[in-house]
Design a protein around this ligand. Structure first.
Ligand code: SAH
Length: 370
């Protein structure tokens, strides 16, 4: 009879692509006990061991099976930039040559890692530089949790990652399963043990996926609102045409139900003359009164080939004061890592993509010239 542990003749797979539940199912399928998952996680995340031979509480045949069929690998740091304010930006390279960008933002009493979920983005928000490169592919779970592993290793013991925001490149809810598995891993007691209040997923408003998220994963939610009227939001965040404001706000209320004392954070990029009038501020009050909300105003970060300008400091302050006076807790996001292009909306991804985009543009140009 064949042993369950007999090597299967197929591609080896990365065990960092599984959260604890996924690993337990994997071990059970091998005829092992589910607690092997916890043992494996402890070796990887607590002992820093990636050599299966050294995992001495796993049986010898199991170790041999893992060695033959599995591996453990994260992307690697290929570029590191450190800004004058201490913000670090890394370009990580995946095994297939793609580049992922990750940013660490040190603050008094905490350290936030801004993690990417996709290479590029399909959503075409008009004020976002990631949108300009189009969509390349979803990141695997190992490439998402790998950003946390690699960053923490690089930062060492003195700078701890206490918070993770899924606010790097990509729309996390369009890479649902991999992002949820990676967030489960970050919050696992046997890995980084981050509290669910310290893991935030930011979405442009993929409404069906927001409902699914509320069902399966209790993390903090941030929503990129940016406009209070459908006509303007259709333009700035085109996914609004599919899931307009009314549906978006309903999904936010649904999410707020699972954690009654928790608020949904709304992000609002401040664009001069576009969405920063007092009428917009009044619209925001009206909209945000319908859900337990906090508001985060983001000064627009300009980038090449983009016509928007950031609202003036005065306009941003006026906006903020109006909203705070109306009872909506409102903060202005500090721009960090500006001198290394690590600020919000400045993660542009891999060089190859840009050259491809250039090629494509040239082709379009020659077609229209013909
Ligand atoms: N796709 C997710 C995560 C994106 S990045 C989302 O849309 O929420 C996180 C935040 O940065 C979003 O609110 C996004 O709208 C904002 N952002 C993008 N480009 C920006 C820019 N140039 N200036 C300021 N904020 C920007």
């Amino acid at each position: 009879m064949k042993s369950v542990l007999e090597p299967v003749k197929k591609e080896r797979f990365n065990l960092l692509d599984y959260d604890r539940k996924g690993l337990a199912a994997f071990f059970v399928a091998l005829g092992e006990k589910p607690f092997r998952a916890t043992q494996l996680l402890k070796w990887i995340y607590q002992e820093g061991v990636s050599d299966f031979d050294l995992m001495t509480n796993l049986s010898k045949p199991l170790r041999a099976y893992l060695k033959e069929n599995c591996y453990l690998a994260t992307p690697e740091i290929v570029v590191e930039q450190i800004a004058s304010d201490g913000t670090c930006k890394w370009a990580l390279q995946t095994s297939c040559g793609n580049r992922i960008e990750t940013v660490f933002i040190p603050e008094e009493g905490r350290g936030t890692l801004c993690v990417s979920s996709q290479i590029g983005c399909a959503l075409a928000c008009t004020f976002c530089s990631t949108a300009q490169q189009g969509f390349n592919r979803n990141l695997k779970t190992s490439e998402i949790i790998g950003q946390v592993i690699v960053a923490q290793n690089r930062l060492g013991d003195t700078k701890k990652i206490t918070n993770v925001v899924m606010m790097g490149m990509g729309e996390p809810l369009l890479n649902f399963d991999n992002v949820v598995a990676a967030m489960n891993l970050m919050m696992d007691d046997f890995t980084f043990g981050l509290s669910k209040r310290r893991v935030t997923i930011s979405t442009s408003g993929v409404v069906p996926a927001m409902y699914r998220l509320t069902e399966v994963c209790d993390v903090s939610l941030a929503v990129s609102l940016h406009a209070v009227r459908d006509d303007l939001r259709d333009e700035l965040v085109p996914i609004n045409k599919k899931y307009p404001l009314k549906e978006l706000m309903e999904a936010c209320r649904d999410n707020a139900k699972i954690a009654p004392r928790r608020t949904v954070t709304f992000e609002y990029v401040m664009l001069d003359g576009i969405n920063d009038s007092m009428e917009d501020a009044r619209g925001l009050v009206k909209l945000l009164k319908t859900v337990p909300a906090k508001l985060n105003l983001i000064p627009f970060n300009p980038f090449p080939n983009n016509a928007y300008r950031c609202s003036s400091k005065e306009a941003i302050n006026r906006f903020k004061m109006f909203l705070n006076d109306a009872g909506i807790v409102t903060t202005v996001r500090k721009t960090r890592g500006e001198d290394i292009d690590a600020a919000c909306g400045q993660l542009v991804g891999q060089v190859d993509d840009k050259s491809r985009r250039h090629l494509k543009l040239k082709l379009v140009g020659s077609e229209s010239a013909a």
